[in-house]
Design a protein around this ligand. Structure first.
Ligand code: URA
Length: 436
């Protein structure tokens, strides 16, 4: 009998959203909980997710949906730490290795960085996949170990445990196979339920916009950023978002060990300008949100003088990794060259991300293995002068039969023009809390 009433209720909830109505708090609490417990079936939740994608949700509905997902699992508590906490979340992009230099850099200034990360799916790489290319490094830590590392080292990058927002895990997997990932209310509540449950005091969101990002237009990225900043602020987390360019890859590498190598260059005071600029811009936001007045000059100094590298070495060693071990390299490489003289006008992020993925750096299903050494290494970036025959990029893989499909992904992905293109800033906008 009870199950029959619940079946009836879920159809009412779906109809209400299908007809563009506002769901009540009770409906939201019930449907999220019932889905997590298996009382609401996958086909019913997929109908509701599609209705949400088509009809949207109000700010109050999104806040309640997020709270219901947080309530489905455990909340972490960092109140015993002697330092303030500040975290960063990126919506994902090609060559986005920023977490690697960023977490130790922020920790230099007495801010604890609890970075719960994921593995990559599709053309954007996962932070854990990158770090797992370091011999010995372990992603899985218990809560106690995580707290101890935050106290002793100040930064931890590890896998999110299964108990954090389990409703989201189930719903995200369903959205992935029902064409409903792109709903802004569902993306915002998915990301923010995990970040709020994680218990960070401050949060900086890096919302990517462009061909290599989830959000292809500035308008959609702004809406997603605003929605997430409002959710965090309403939940008592000091939250700010930067909108950043993902029409070109970040830095010169896309692929796990290749990106670790580039991060080490940044931690040694070098590295590509866009990676350094974004690392410093995000570190500036994270330290300010944690109440520390550090400033960009001092942050740059900590990259140049080895203080951030010292924290990196301790952070990697604390999780079993050998910071001095050689990183894996791919068995085979192939270099693509410029077809004309001129300037590189554009390098398309999605094309490079797809090529890296096809070379073996990413996975199609979450249980697939990744190749640590696979990926794409760029030799020229937009604005650089090139001559016909100059190397443009090197493809890396352990399985050379993958080269042809990677080259296909890159067709039309690099444009060369006579004149140098205008330089583009990496940070496009900054979004802060607004009144409810
Ligand atoms: N990342 C998430 O964690 N959830 C989404 O819905 C999209 C990206």
């Amino acid at each position: 009998m009870t199950e029959q009433i619940e079946q009836h209720d879920v159809v009412d909830v779906i109809r209400a959203k299908r007809d563009r109505g506002e769901l009540t708090d009770a409906q939201i609490d019930w449907v999220v909980d019932a889905y997590t417990r298996g009382v609401v079936a996958d086909e019913q939740m997929s109908a509701l997710a599609m209705a949400i994608l088509m009809a949207g949700m109000t700010r109050a509905e999104i806040a309640r949906w997020t709270a219901a997902m947080i309530a489905s699992g455990e909340r972490m508590d960092f109140s015993s730490l002697s330092r303030p906490t500040s975290d960063k979340h990126s919506t994902g992009g090609v060559g986005d290795k920023i977490t690697l230099p960023l977490a130790p850099l922020v920790a230099v200034f007495g801010v604890a960085v609890p970075q719960l990360s994921g593995r990559g799916l599709g053309h954007t790489g996962g932070t854990l996949d990158k770090l797992e290319s370091i011999p010995g490094w372990r992603a899985d830590l218990g809560n106690e170990q995580m707290l101890a590392q935050l106290d002793e080292v100040g930064a931890v990058i590890c896998a999110a445990g299964a108990s954090l927002a389990p409703a989201d895990k189930k719903l995200y997997a369903l959205r992935d196979v029902t064409g409903t990932v792109e709903a802004i209310p569902l993306i915002a509540s998915s990301i923010m339920s995990k970040k709020i449950a994680e218990g960070t005091g401050a949060l900086v969101l890096d919302v990517k916009v462009g061909s290599g990002a989830f959000m292809k237009t500035r308008e959609d990225a702004t809406e997603l950023a605003r929605t997430m900043v409002d959710l965090g602020t309403d939940a008592g987390v000091r939250t700010v978002a930067l909108l950043t360019d993902m029409s070109v890859p970040l830095g010169l590498t896309a692929g796990n060990a290749l990106e670790v190598r580039e991060s080490l260059e940044v931690l040694s005071g070098g590295g590509p300008r866009d990676v350094v600029d974004l690392t410093v811009a995000l570190a500036d936001e994270m330290t300010r949100a944690a109440g520390k007045d550090v400033g960009r000059d001092e942050l740059r100094a900590a990259l140049a003088d080895g203080r951030a590298m010292d924290v990196w070495r301790r952070m990697i060693a604390a999780q079993g990794g050998d910071p001095d071990a050689a990183l894996p390299t791919a068995v085979e490489t192939e270099t693509l060259t410029a077809g004309a003289d001129g300037h590189v006008e554009h390098v398309d992020a999605l094309a490079v991300g797809l090529a890296a993925w096809r070379l073996g750096a990413g996975r199609a299903r979450k249980e697939d293995p990744v190749q640590a050494g696979a990926g794409v290494e760029l030799h020229a970036r937009p604005g650089d002068p090139v001559r016909r025959g100059d190397p443009l990029m090197t493809l890396h893989t352990d399985t050379p039969e993958r080269f042809a499909r990677a080259r296909e992904a890159l067709e039309g992905g690099v444009r060369i023009s006579a004149a140098a293109p205008p330089t583009r800033p990496v940070v496009l906008d900054r979004i802060t809390a607004q009144e409810a």
